[in-house]
Design a protein around this ligand. Structure first.
Ligand code: ACO
Length: 339
């Protein structure tokens, strides 16, 4: 059989992980740059020129991380033609779970009725979806899973200091999801590459809620529960790490950037994406960008973008996709996918 040379061929083609469905869900409420200029000393011009962001979606009362995750998951399951009870694995990437425990993945499992799945959250910040995809790929290749759901979902608006113009302009809420299946097709996940660098964890973090600053003791200091970020430093690390993750995927498969049909980078900042595009020497029309509408939705940004690209017909069978992420931790990673 004429196997795709980019896919592992150990005589067992049943262990390929194929994306069979995508979905996304965003809050209806829109917060524009003009709206933000009323809250803090900023302007549409400043935000647009420094970040590329024009507006973001914000959850309202009664909407949680699980709310958007479940909606995105239902869309992905519907596209895949799979019932929730067929799932054997649910992985959620999030840094804004409904609660510290139980895992939001278990809440999602209940809402979907996916009673046969093992469900857990992973904390890898903006790389959460790529980490989840990598774990699911390993489960499927090893035969431990047949049908898995991977979600990135965030309600970052609940951990943003709306008085801090350095951070509140950047983030938004939403969720994206994919269903993956063990497949005999020649298309699917070619390889995933995930990395961590804990030396700079304190450049981007949320001080409160954990065991170092528990809510009971510091209840009078709400600042502990907001995102803290050294923006300039994060920016430099993000560009370097995303280039490294992208090159890891290309080098592992003997490819160059010209082989890529579409790059879907983490949607944090237009300038970061432009820098990666330039370093990889990619044509701008091969890079999917939607951050002007949603801001940085952390773990949700890549699966939301993947779903939009898929539903807009930007991805054709046989295309080679490169997903590229970076986030707090630091964490970073990539996934190469033959569609
Ligand atoms: N409106 C107007 N002025 C502002 C604003 C604002 N919203 N925010 C900061 N400023 C001011 C600063 O106070 C500073 O003023 P000063 O010169 O008088 O001190 C000036 O603008 C320049 O500030 P810088 O921080 O140097 O601005 P910079 O060009 O670096 O842009 C930004 C800041 C957008 C945060 C950038 O550093 C960045 O994008 N970093 C990456 C951070 C990121 O994306 N984090 C997300 C999580 S990680 C990830 O997802 C990849």
């Amino acid at each position: 059989m004429d196997l795709n040379p980019l896919l592992p061929n150990n005589g067992d083609i049943t262990l390929i992980t194929k994306i069979s469905g995508t979905g996304s869900a965003l809050p209806a409420k829109i917060l524009t740059n003009a709206d933000l200029a009323i809250l803090v000393d900023t302007s549409d011009e400043w935000i647009t020129s420094r970040t590329g962001i024009k507006e973001r979606r914000i959850a309202v009362d009664g909407e949680y991380t699980s709310t958007f995750a479940v909606e995105a998951a239902r869309q992905a399951l519907s596209m895949a033609g799979i019932l929730p009870e067929e799932l054997d694995l649910i992985i959620l990437g999030t840094v804004t779970p409904d609660f510290p425990f139980p895992s939001t993945a278990c809440i999602i499992q209940k809402e979907l009725g996916a009673h046969k799945a093992v469900a857990f959250d992973i904390s890898a910040a903006c790389s959460g979806f790529i980490y989840g995809l990598s774990i699911a790929d390993s489960f499927i290749r090893s035969g431990r899973s047949k049908k898995a759901l991977i979600i990135g979902s965030e309600v970052l608006s609940r951990v943003v200091d709306w008085n801090d113009r350095n951070t509140c302009i950047l983030f938004g809420d939403g969720a994206g999801a994919v269903v993956v299946e063990a497949s005999e097709d020649q298309s699917g996940i070619v390889s995933t590459h995930i990395f961590s660098d804990g030396t700079c964890w304190d450049l981007l973090y949320q001080p409160g809620s954990g065991s170092r600053n528990p809510a009971g003791i510091h209840a009078t200091d709400p600042n502990l529960f907001f995102i803290r970020m050294e923006g300039n430093e994060v920016y430099k690390h993000a560009v370097r790490a995303m280039e490294e993750a992208a090159m890891a995927a290309l080098n592992a498969n003997g490819l160059t950037a010209s082989d890529i049909s579409l790059l879907i980078p983490h949607q944090a900042n237009r300038r970061i994406i432009d820098a990666i595009t330039k370093r990889l020497d990619l044509d701008a029309d091969k890079v999917f960008i939607n951050l002007h509408r949603y801001g940085n939705t952390s773990s949700a940004s890549i699966p939301i973008a993947l779903d939009e690209a898929n539903r807009q017909g930007r991805i054709k069978p046989g295309d080679l996709l490169l997903l590229d992420a970076f986030g707090g931790g630091f964490t970073y990673g990539s996934a190469l996918i033959r569609w």
